[in-house]
Design a binder for this molecule. Structure first.
Ligand code: SAM
Ligand code: DTB
Ligand code: SF4
Length: 334
């Protein structure tokens, strides 16, 4: 029986997320019910939704570059670049525009379609901002999609980035609103949402996701995904990072996450945000090929390739190409 506006908790056979238009009114109970489905049912649903909106054998490839490394004033408990922890990361000032453009050319040659410039800042200072705009202009002129991850922005900065040719802005909520203060004390969840609002108002695409493996409960994962999916306009790109445990950070020796819980988070992100790219992001060095294959099956259709993320390692290009070959995957847009 169909009851108007009723949102039943999904039973195993309910076509949740399969025949419906994207929704923006998910309750946390519905999301927890999806996260708790039998694994096979969840993957079947996620794969079905994935196929409705995307070619399941195509993966969008992004390449990262850290344009300013270390010495960050923020205290994010997961991050190797925070000045609050002794992690051995070499600090570097803002790199030169030419260095960025050379890295972007190499990224394009290796098959990336998007180049993401990230900085260990609370937000960009005026003295650095014009150089960042030149980097964006230069990367765009190479024919790549451009993404930046520079921390908190105001409206004026967001508009200037858009005018310079920026396509995406990456700004993660990282965890649930309830857990946020356990992880970061130097800014608030609300600060992050404000920046995402400025990014949207400037007409930029949003890249926003979070981290699994910081000791969160299933309810925190549900609240994080709910926050993303219920945005007026959900992020076009949803990076799901597996915590890279960095010695020296407060989360450096936290217990490992069950790989199936990570895959479930990907699958539910796919169900809740059926038309977004879901990115299998940090943490692939600790994943088996089989785990990554299950992430693709669950609906992940974007990745960071290249041997380095920002400061941490990532699988080699050869290893990724071999995985693509064995799975019959092809890069998107190439
Ligand atoms: N400083 C900017 C900011 O915080 O938005 C941009 C760079 S910051 C490194 C970008 C994202 O990287 C973080 O929001 C977090 O999701 C991810 N990240 C950082 N350290 C990580 C780690 N050890 N494991 C997994 N993801 C991590
Ligand atoms: C995102 O969600 N993951 C990327 C990107 N956005 C900027 C960063 C991952 C960083 C991993 C730790 C490091 O390399 O320092
Ligand atoms: Fe700084 Fe970003 Fe790392 Fe937080 S995540 S410490 S803001 S670089």
């Amino acid at each position: 029986m169909h009851v108007a506006n009723a949102k039943p908790t999904p039973s195993v056979n309910a076509p949740v997320g399969i025949e419906e238009e994207p929704r923006h009114d998910w309750s946390v109970e519905e999301i927890e019910a999806l996260l708790s489905l039998p694994f096979n049912d969840l993957l079947y649903r996620a794969a079905t939704v994935h196929r409705k909106h995307f070619d399941p054998n195509r993966i969008q490839i992004s390449r990262l570059l850290s344009i300013k490394t270390g010495k960050c004033p923020e205290d994010c408990k997961y991050c190797p670049q925070s000045a609050h922890y002794d992690t051995g990361v070499e600090k570097e000032e803002l790199v030169e525009v030419d260095t960025v453009l050379n890295a972007a050319r190499a990224a394009k040659e290796s098959g990336a379609t998007r180049f993401c410039m990230a900085a260990a800042w609370r937000g960009p200072a005026a003295k650095d901002f014009n150089l960042v705009l030149r980097m964006v202009e230069g990367v765009k002129a190479l024919g790549l999609e451009t993404c930046a991850s520079l921390g908190l922005l105001d409206g004026d900065q967001a508009h200037k980035l858009k005018d310079a040719g920026l396509d995406y802005y990456n700004h993660n909520i990282d965890t649930s609103p309830e857990k946020y203060d356990d992880i970061i004390t130097t800014r608030t969840f609300e600060n992050r949402l404000e920046t995402i609002g400025h990014v949207r108002d400037a007409g930029l695409k949003v890249c926003c996701g979070g981290i699994v493996g910081m000791g969160e409960q299933q309810g925190d994962r549900a609240r994080m995904l709910q926050t993303l999916a219920n945005m007026k306009q959900p992020p076009e790109s949803v990076p799901i990072n597996l915590l890279i445990k960095i010695p020296g950070t407060p989360l450096g020796d936290i217990e490992d996450t069950d790989p199936f819980d990570f895959i479930r988070t990907i699958a539910v992100a796919r169900l809740l945000m059926p038309t977004s790219h879901v990115r299998l992001s940090a943490g692939r060095m600790s994943m088996s090929d089989e785990m990554q294959a299950l992430c693709f099956m669950a609906g992940a259709n974007s990745m960071f390739c290249g041997e380095r993320l920002l400061t941490a390692g990532n699988p080699t290009t050869d290893k990724d190409q071999s995985l693509f070959g064995r799975l019959g995957l092809k890069p998107e847009g190439v």
